[in-house]
Design a binder for this molecule. Structure first.
Ligand SMILES: Cc1cc2nc3c(=O)[nH]c(=O)nc-3n(C[C@H](O)[C@H](O)[C@H](O)COP(=O)(O)O)c2cc1C
Length: 359
C-alpha cells in the first residue's frame, strides 16, 4: 500500500483524537449557527459548532440538546472572551446615532445602554452541556475555567491571529489553536482589539509560522471555501480546517436570502473590514452602509458592544426588507466559492476533492 501524504496522515491523526471522519470544522458563528447546520456537518463526519456570544445560558444548553437529538456527531461550543466595559462618550454616540438615522429608523439614546449575557454563567452552561470541544476567540479563558474544562476532559481550541497569540494560547493550556487568517468572514479574533487592524495577517503567512512555533495541532481558518483551500491548508501544516462562509449559502444555514445571495457574488476584493456594525472589526460584504461608514467623513464607531446596539434598528429593518445595502452581511474573501448546496454534500465534496489533490 502506498504511504499516505504526510498532510493526510496528520489530518487522520487529528480525526482519531476528536472522533471525526472528516477534518472539517463548522466555524462557530454567533447568530448564524442554527442546529440544522451543525446536525448536517456533524452527520457528514465533521465537527458542528455554536457561537454562543449572544445566547443566554439556557439557550446554549438547549442548542446542545437539540444537536444531540439530531446526530451522534460532535460539536464545539464557543464564546468571545469579554473586554472590559466600554468607555462611554455621549457626544460621540450622538454623532453615530445621527449618521445611522439616514440609513434606518431613528436611534434613541437609550439604545446604547446594552448588556451582554453573563459570561461566567455562559461558561457554566457550556460545561454542563459537555461538548467534546470548547473554543475561544478574542483572548484566552481564565485559568480556573481552563482547569474546569480539563477536569471534564473537554478540549480547548483557542482562536489566534498572530504567532505571539498562538504561543500565549499554548502556554495557557490550549489543546489546539485555530489560526485565523485575515481573509476570514466575521469578527477578527485579535486578543487586543486596538491592534486588530494593524496585525492583519493572511493565512498563507500565518499558518506555517504558527505551525513552526507551537507543538499543538493547528486548525486553519479564513478564506477556505473549496477543496483547493483545504488541501493547501493541510500542506501548510494544518491538521484540520474550520470553515464559516463556505457553509453560509447551504439551506441548513437558514440565512436571509439577500445575504446568502450576496456571498455568492463576492470576489476577494468585494469585502471590507469595518467596526461600523459592532465596534469590533469584522469582515463582510462591502455594502453601501459599510463603505459609507468606513469613509473618512463618517463618525468613528462607538466601542463594542455599544456600536452593535446602536446599529440594531438599522440591521433589523434591513433584514426585514431584504435590503443587503444596510444588512450586516459578514463574508470572508472566498465567499464566491461558497455553494448553495446541502451542507453534508459540501463537507463530503470538500474532503474528497482535497484527498484527490493530495494523492
Ligand atoms: C457570520 C459569522 C459569525 C462568526 N461568529 C464567530 C463567533 O461567534 N466566534 C468565533 O470564534 N468566530 C466567529 N466567526 C469567525 C469564524 O469562526 C471563522 O474564523 C471564519 O468564518 C473563517 O473564515 P471564512 O468565513 O472565510 O471561512 C464568525 C464568522 C462569521 C462569517
Amino acid at each position: 500500500m502506498p504511504t499516505p501524504h504526510p498532510a493526510l496522515a496528520r489530518a487522520e491523526a487529528f480525526c482519531q483524537t476528536y472522533d471525526l471522519r472528516i477534518p472539517i470544522l463548522l466555524a462557530p458563528m454567533a447568530a448564524a449557527c442554527p442546529v440544522s447546520l451543525s446536525v448536517a456537518v456533524a452527520s457528514a463526519g465533521g465537527l458542528g459548532g455554536c457561537g454562543g456570544l449572544l445566547m443566554q445560558p439556557a439557550a446554549i444548553k438547549a442548542w446542545a440538546s437539540e444537536v444531540r437529538a439530531g446526530t451522534n456527531g460532535g460539536f464545539q461550543l464557543n464564546l468571545w472572551i469579554p473586554d472590559p466595559p466600554p468607555a462611554r462618550d455621549v457626544a460621540a454616540e450622538a454623532a453615530v446615532r445621527s449618521f445611522l438615522g439616514a440609513w434606518g429608523p431613528a436611534v434613541p439614546a437609550e439604545a446604547a445602554n446594552t448588556t451582554l449575557p453573563d459570561f461566567a454563567a455562559q461558561c457554566d452552561a457550556m460545561l454542563e452541556a459537555g461538548p467534546s470541544v470548547i473554543s475561544s476567540i478574542m483572548g484566552l479563558y481564565p485559568p480556573e475555567f481552563v482547569a474546569r474544562m480539563k477536569a471534564r476532559g473537554i478540549k480547548w481550541f483557542a482562536t489566534v491571529t498572530t504567532v505571539q497569540e498562538a504561543l500565549d494560547a499554548e502556554a495557557a493550556g490550549a489543546e489546539a489553536v485555530v489560526a485565523q487568517g485575515m481573509e476570514a468572514g466575521g469578527h477578527r479574533g485579535a486578543f487586543d482589539a486596538g491592534q486588530a487592524e494593524a496585525r492583519m495577517v493572511g493565512l498563507f503567512s500565518l499558518l506555517p509560522a504558527v505551525v513552526d512555533a507551537v507543538k499543538l495541532p493547528v486548525i486553519a481558518t479564513g478564506g477556505v471555501s473549496d477543496a483547493r483551500g483545504v488541501a493547501a491548508a493541510l500542506i501548510l501544516g494544518a491538521s484540520a480546517v474550520q470553515i464559516g462562509t463556505g457553509f453560509l449559502r447551504t439551506p441548513e444555514a437558514k440565512l436571509p436570502a439577500a445575504w446568502a445571495n450576496a456571498i455568492g457574488f463576492v470576489r476577494p476584493e468585494d469585502t471590507l473590514v469595518t467596526r461600523a456594525f459592532s465596534g469590533r472589526p469584522g469582515r463582510g460584504v462591502a455594502t453601501a452602509y459599510a463603505r459609507a461608514a468606513n469613509a473618512p467623513d463618517a463618525p468613528p464607531p462607538a466601542p463594542y458592544p455599544v456600536q452593535r446596539a446602536l446599529t440594531q434598528p438599522m440591521r433589523d429593518a434591513a433584514t426585514k426588507a431584504g435590503d443587503i445595502d444596510r444588512m450586516q452581511a459578514w463574508s470572508g474573501q472566498s465567499g464566491g466559492l461558497a455553494l448553495a448546496r446541502p451542507a453534508g454534500d459540501v463537507v463530503r465534496d470538500l474532503w474528497e476533492g482535497a484527498r484527490r489533490l493530495l494523492q
